[in-house]
Write a protein that binds this ligand. Structure first.
Ligand code: ADP
Ligand code: ZN
Length: 523
């Protein structure tokens, strides 16, 4: 079965014995001249899917990739395996470019990596028209999707490839494949006729865990010390400053860690990345600028100290753990301030209202994942349109969260927000709302005479942390929204269902709160 040449190339050039699950079908289909759309998780082995057809077919395989910083490495690795590879991107001077262009036209290359920004240059397009192209590979194809989290305007130019060279087969590959993104890739790249190959997105060796954030750095250190001492891993933070501070904190506490973000000079970044790839137990603390295309098989954990912007981003980032198939952990700490911070980013983001709505939808899906009482993996796979059974290897499977009927708590919370608005024409953030619920006579409460509200103190049965958990879940269920610079709380239309129409609100109990209530019952 299959094309004997492709297996031969796999063994001879890449030194692997056999194809992984769908690789063979994909490689054979594209080698035979078919178009393909490949949805495969990070670490699944997408590169071979276009590299082997490029080697077997006559001519040069042209690979469009946004990972300009990695092109040199990719080309070096291929050359080391005896493949004639080159790249064209903006880091080269005109002389270097001309050399590669000549090699391409003469068919002296097997694979040419092309940065998407090159597609805007008419000379590059003419090159494509005249050159001996064997296959077009569009890597990170989700970058064409405005719905996705990683849109690159240059990717819209990709439809030109097919217009100018309808004779050349195309393979588009991505690791982020929600039904929406997939539909957009198909239409924008005119891949309606392409065969679609969907791998399972499950990464069974990754254990997913999401914990409420209290003292994030300390929680991270505990996690590393108890479970991943001496392991290589990635810690993601939202802001450059927290990257620097967290790297310092870890180093001070005996964990070998280096920072990585776009504010560091290129030399430092390259050095830290090289150390991470080479050394055994280094931790990289990074913004999401780090990791795309990095192939280190033994990353044992990916930790997030801040809430990712979307489930797609989260899945891609956590997917960098455990490419070798060995047990690994995806650990995320998240809290109410994350929601406020993300909301603010959305409100101040460039782009039109539709764009902001998309970002808000992404955030809501991420919140729903955080607050689910179901298996995290089932949730994740469902997000990517795939079915699964409870996995036994995520926090909610391993220690099912206690759930409780939070309807009354939600009603107290929502009516406090409603009363502030109706009776006082005011909006406040979570802190003040919790103080009102708990009946705390703070200076700010007195100043605004919030102790005169009928809801003052109605929530004294729950602790501060428990109220914050209630607010997070009410947000995740879309009953409340956060807005503005100060993260003020506002009710949504669905809040009325809870206040007036008998909708119940099941909630998960925070692990710490569960311990507290167990102690209270025991004593
Ligand atoms: P992706 O692009 O999907 O994230 P890569 O193409 O970088 O994944 O492959 C991930 C890792 O798996 C790489 O180290 C690659 O060499 C390895 N790999 C891919 N296919 C095979 C195979 N058939 N046999 C063994 N290892 C493979
Ligand atoms: Zn599970």
């Amino acid at each position: 079965m299959g094309n004997p040449q492709t297996l031969d190339v796999l063994r001879r050039v890449f030194g692997y014995d056999s194809f992984r699950d769908t690789q063979q079908q994909i490689v054979d289909h594209v080698t035979d001249g078919g178009d393909a759309l490949v949805l495969m998780p990070t670490g699944g082995g997408k590169s071979l899917c276009y590299q082997i057809p490029a080697l077997v077919r006559d001519g040069v395989g042209v690979v469009i990739s946004p990972l300009i910083a990695l092109m040199q490495d990719q080309v070096d690795a291929l050359r080391a395996a005896g493949v004639r590879a080159g790249f064209l991107n903006s880091t080269q001077d005109p002389g270097q470019r001309r050399t590669v262009e000549a090699e391409f036209l003469a068919g002296e290359l097997d694979i040419l990596y092309l940065a998407p920004e090159r597609l805007r240059s008419e000379s590059a397009m003419r090159l494509i028209e005249r050159g001996p192209v064997s296959v077009f590979a569009i890597d990170e194809a989700h970058c064409v999707s405005q719905w996705g989290h990683d849109f690159r305007p240059d990717y819209l130019e990709l439809s030109q490839l097919h217009e100018r060279r309808p004779d050349v087969p195309r393979i588009a590959l991505t690791a982020t494949a929600t039904p929406e993104t997939r539909a957009e890739i198909t239409t924008r790249l005119n891949l309606e006729q392409a065969r679609v190959f969907v791998s399972s997105f499950d990464r069974p060796n990754i254990q997913y865990r999401i914990v409420p954030k209290r003292e994030p750095r300390k929680q991270l250190l505990d996690f590393l010390r108890t479970e991943h001492a001496g392991d290589a891993g990635i810690v993601y933070c939202l802001a450059r400053r927290s990257v620097d501070e967290t790297a310092e904190f870890l180093t001070r506490n005996g964990v070998a860690a280096v920072p990585y973000h776009a504010g560091l000079d290129a030399g430092t970044r390259a050095r830290h990345q090289a150390r991470f790839l080479r050394e055994e137990g280094l931790v990289v603390v990074a913004t999401i600028a780090f990791g795309m295309g990095i192939d280190k098989p033994d990353v044992r954990f990916v930790a997030h100290l801040d809430l990712p912007k979307s489930v797609e981003g989260y899945y891609q980032e956590t997917g960098r753990a455990g490419r070798d198939g060995l047990p690994s952990t995806a650990w995320l700490a998240y809290g109410l301030p994350d929601v406020v911070a993300q909301r603010k980013l959305i409100d101040t983001s460039e782009g039109d209202a539709a764009h902001r709505r998309r970002l808000a939808a992404h955030l809501n899906s991420m919140l729903a994942l955080c607050e689910t009482v179901d298996c995290r993996r089932v949730r994740l796979l469902a997000y990517f349109g795939q079915d699964g059974a409870p996995c036994g290897n995520c926090d909610t499977c391993l220690s099912p969260p206690e759930s409780w009927d939070g309807t009354v708590a939600a009603q107290k919370l929502l009516s406090t927000v409603v009363r502030l608005r109706r009776e006082r024409g005011q909006k406040f953030g979570a802190g003040q709302v919790v103080d009102i619920l708990r009946g705390k006579r703070t200076a700010k409460v007195s100043q605004h005479r919030h102790d005169e509200l009928s809801v003052f103190g109605v929530g004294s049965d729950l602790a501060d942390g428990e109220w914050r958990a209630v607010i997070r879940q009410v947000l995740a269920q879309g009953l409340l929204a956060v807005e503005g610079d100060y993260g003020t709380l506002v009710t949504t239309e669905t809040a009325d269902d809870v206040l007036y129409r008998g909708r119940t609100v099941p909630m998960r109990r925070d692990p710490a709160a569960a311990v507290r209530s167990a102690r209270a019952t025991a004593s």
